[in-house]
Design a protein around this ligand. Structure first.
Ligand code: CUA
Length: 385
């Protein structure tokens, strides 16, 4: 049976919409991470970028409306005139038209240039106010190291900052190029090996804001995430004091056994825990891992199940990761997890700091899909050949 061409087109369109719809719904079911809305800003710095966006958008819509209007007029006129076979008037070499479509875009671009330059100067890292909290950020394959200049506090994959105080980040890379991007507070800034870059912003409300490495840096580039935890100034002071204290030593039998495994299995060679060993910049500092909202560079919510999975199947969860698969048994992983859970910030509870704001609980829904260890892998790990 022969369909007219437009029927075929409609069929193809229908199939595309169905497949697209199915993909989109499957996608959102699995990926319930609240995608940061760039326009829902959490700092005046990001608001500058957002203002520029709307300005450019406004001009674009204006230009598009004019082009579409001419196009529609042309099509409608052409259809009405269908029976005329004379050639339409030729406009090649029309000086007025040529001048018009050269000068008008120039004027539009010149108008856009002024606010763009203004924003560039405001957002420049060197323009950070004097009272800014300085944090050194080092991008590594595939995680972020944060060191607070004044207090010496070290965190990983989380920038904790007070609302209303500027934060200046000194960005560097330890290996390849990365790009620091927490869309709701500031634009992207590349981390270039051998080169120091700066970025600054002032969080203007409390919350947990998601970030992502925005420069292809290897296998787990997409798994190199981070968060900004913006706290009220009082809560920030409590956090800062707690972050300088070692966690309480483990009491429960399982956790004590885990603390021994932490040494026996060689975890201490790369990871530091305050009061146990000193930080050597190989792997993230774990002094207060129990209080972090996420693990594995922000890809997994910090829950018991996820920690066990992460410890046992490091390379499946985060391909290309430097942490080796130690071939831990389920019991060993549970014991280590019990120990890591005790490493919390003394006197500071991140869950309580937010009340019902998004933290660990919300980051459970915020969990991106992570590769599940498949059966064969599980068997291979349990019965290594
Ligand atoms: Cu680091 Cu992409």
């Amino acid at each position: 049976m022969n369909h007219p061409p437009h029927a075929k087109f409609l069929q193809v369109l229908a199939v595309c919409l169905l497949v697209g719809g199915a993909l989109a719904s499957g996608h959102s079911a699995a990926l319930t991470v609240p995608t940061p809305n760039i326009l829902d800003t959490a700092s005046p710095n990001a608001a500058e970028v957002s203002k520029l966006f709307w300005l450019v958008m406004g001009f674009s819509i204006f230009v598009m409306a004019i082009v579409v209007a001419f196009m529609v007029a042309g099509i409608v006129g052409g259809i009405r005139d269908r029976n005329h076979d004379e050639e339409p008037p030729q406009t090649h070499g029309n000086l007025k038209l040529e001048l018009a479509w050269t000068i008008i875009p120039m004027v539009i671009l010149a108008i856009l240039l002024i606010p763009t330059l203004r924003a560039i100067f405001i957002l420049d890292g060197f323009a950070a106010p004097e009272n800014a909290i300085e944090v050194n950020v080092v991008g590594r394959q595939f995680w972020w190291e944060m060191t607070y200049r004044d207090s010496g506090v070290i965190t990983a994959n989380e920038v904790v900052a007070p609302v209303g105080t500027p934060v200046k980040l000194n960005l560097a890379s330890a290996d390849t190029m990365h790009s620091f991007w927490i869309p709701q507070v500031a634009g992207k800034t590349d981390l270039i090996p051998g080169n120091q870059r700066t970025l600054w912003f002032t969080p203007d409300r409390e919350g947990v804001f998601y970030g992502q490495c925005a420069e292809i840096c290897g296998d787990s580039h997409a798994n190199m995430r981070l968060r900004l935890v913006a706290l009220s100034p009082e809560k920030y002071e409590t956090w800062l004091a707690a972050a300088q204290q070692p966690a309480k030593p483990p009491q429960a039998e399982l956790a004590v056994a885990g603390s021994q495994l932490f040494i026996d299995k060689g975890c201490v060679n790369c990871h530091a825990v305050q009061g146990v060993n000193t930080y050597n910049r190989t792997g993230p500092d774990l002094s207060h891992i129990g209080s972090r909202t996420s693990i594995a560079a922000g890809i997994l919510p910090n829950t018991r199940e996820n920690m066990i999975r992460w410890l046992r199947y490091t390379d499946t969860v985060k391909p290309g990761v430097a942490m080796p698969n130690l071939g831990l048994s389920q019991e060993e992983a549970e014991s280590l997890t019990a120990y890591l859970e005790t490493l919390t910030l003394p006197g500071f509870d991140i869950e309580r700091a937010f009340g019902d704001a998004p933290t660990k609980a919300a980051s459970t829904q915020a969990a991106p899909p992570t590769p599940q260890p498949n059966d064969t892998l599980e068997k291979r790990v349990e019965n290594p050949r």
